[in-house]
Design a protein around this ligand. Structure first.
Ligand code: F6P
Length: 359
């Protein structure tokens, strides 16, 4: 049996732990493993396909990033190619990819990625590729699994930042507005904000009213708490408004969400008269060593993906349905993006402990 591994989309801490567990589990079954570099670029002649041995995965489980590299512009069904005039045209290169996989003797593929990569995996499966998915994203927005690896590490990074902001905010009687990632889901903001005792948490699932945000800040002021911490998800938007996007997207890339913290900070300053500082935590959330939780989950996913191949679970992804790792059809998970349930106990407890969602 010759299997291939691919990592696609934005990286997330834990990717290397999945790779290590899958490679070791496969080799210990007597299988051969290759790594497709940079998403599927390695199968399109735009990067390499490399052998993965026990030596290649030695000492990588604790490292962030991915030894296979990745891209968020590598969809083989609409692959951007630069034209002579500098413009880009998208081509369907999936047939070429299938043929190259066949020529390399690749019998099955483990595709590790978020909703974009899982969608690609599902389409390749429909074309006849024997493929199993592993859900990855710091955003935790993939349906069908309780959580994805990378999320816990991102929450801990955000939490550490909130702890640091508390001391400087309090010293200066300032409002600190911190933007975290998450695309259209508010999980990172919610979990880090609640764990970090934020005063206001703004998430896309609960559109905010800036006056309610300022009411909370001024009520704290009236009670002698002259500083406030506002954690805002990059996808948060005001009632009746829309998500903030940043700059130009590259060809083949999804629209870039973010930049909302600066706008919110300026509005809070104008309405409350308080001194405000804002920051975007950005890609720090994607880097660093995976937490123990993410390392274990990623390792379990890697091992389970190899078992799924042995069981012929084509078109399925491995998933955590506590306390077990199961397999679920990718197509079911793609039906909707997972978003924060606004009736969830975490939201209820946040409200009960005085956190404002600006609604
Ligand atoms: O999906 C993961 C994520 O980190 C989002 O939270 C964020 O919006 C996006 O990727 C940023 O992607 P990049 O900067 O790599 O294009």
């Amino acid at each position: 049996m010759r299997i291939a591994l691919s990592t696609g989309g934005g990286d997330a801490p834990g990717l290397n732990a999945v790779i290590r567990a899958a490679v070791l589990s496969a080799i210990n079954r007597g299988w051969e493993v290759v790594g497709i570099k940079r998403g599927f670029a390695g199968l399109l002649g735009e990067d390499e396909v490399v052998p993965l041995t026990k030596d290649s995965v030695r000492g990588i489980a604790h490292l962030g990033g991915t030894i296979l590299r990745t891209t968020n512009r590598g969809n083989p069904f609409c692959y951007p190619r630069k034209q002579a005039d500098g413009s880009y045209v998208e081509f369907d290169r999936s047939d070429e990819l299938m043929e190259n996989a066949r020529k390399l003797g690749i019998e099955a593929v483990i595709s590790i990625g978020g909703d974009g990569s899982l969608d690609i995996a599902n389409k390749l499966c429909a074309k006849g590729m024997k493929i199993v998915g592993v859900p990855k994203t710091i955003d935790n927005d993939v349906s069908g699994t309780v959580t994805t690896f990378g999320f816990d590490t991102a929450v801990n990074t955000a939490l550490e930042a909130i702890d640091k902001l508390h001391t400087t905010a309090e010293s200066h009687d300032r409002v600190m507005v911190m933007e975290v990632m998450g695309r259209e889901a508010g999980f990172i903001a919610l979990h880090s904000g609640v764990a970090g005792s934020a005063d206001v948490i703004l998430i896309p699932e609960i559109p905010y009213d800036i006056r309610r945000v300022c009411d909370k800040i001024m009520s704290r002021d009236a009670h002698g708490r002259h500083f406030s911490i506002v954690v805002v998800a990059e996808g948060a938007y005001p009632k009746g408004g829309s998500m903030h996007t940043m700059g130009e997207s590259m060809p083949g890339e999804a629209r870039r969400i973010g930049g909302v913290a600066d706008q919110i900070g300026r509005e809070i300053g104008r309405i409350t008269g308080k001194e405000v500082r804002s920051l975007v935590l950005g890609h720090l959330q994607r880097g660093g060593q995976p937490t123990g939780y993410d390392r274990l989950l990623a390792t379990r996913f890697g091992g389970a993906a190899v078992r799924a191949i042995a069981d012929g679970k084509w078109g399925h992804m491995v998933a955590l349905q506590t306390p077990h790792i199961v397999t679920v059809p990718i197509v079911e998970c793609l039906q909707e993006t997972k978003r924060v349930d606004t009736t969830h106990d975490v939201v209820q407890t946040a409200r009960a402990t005085g956190i404002s969602f600006g609604d």
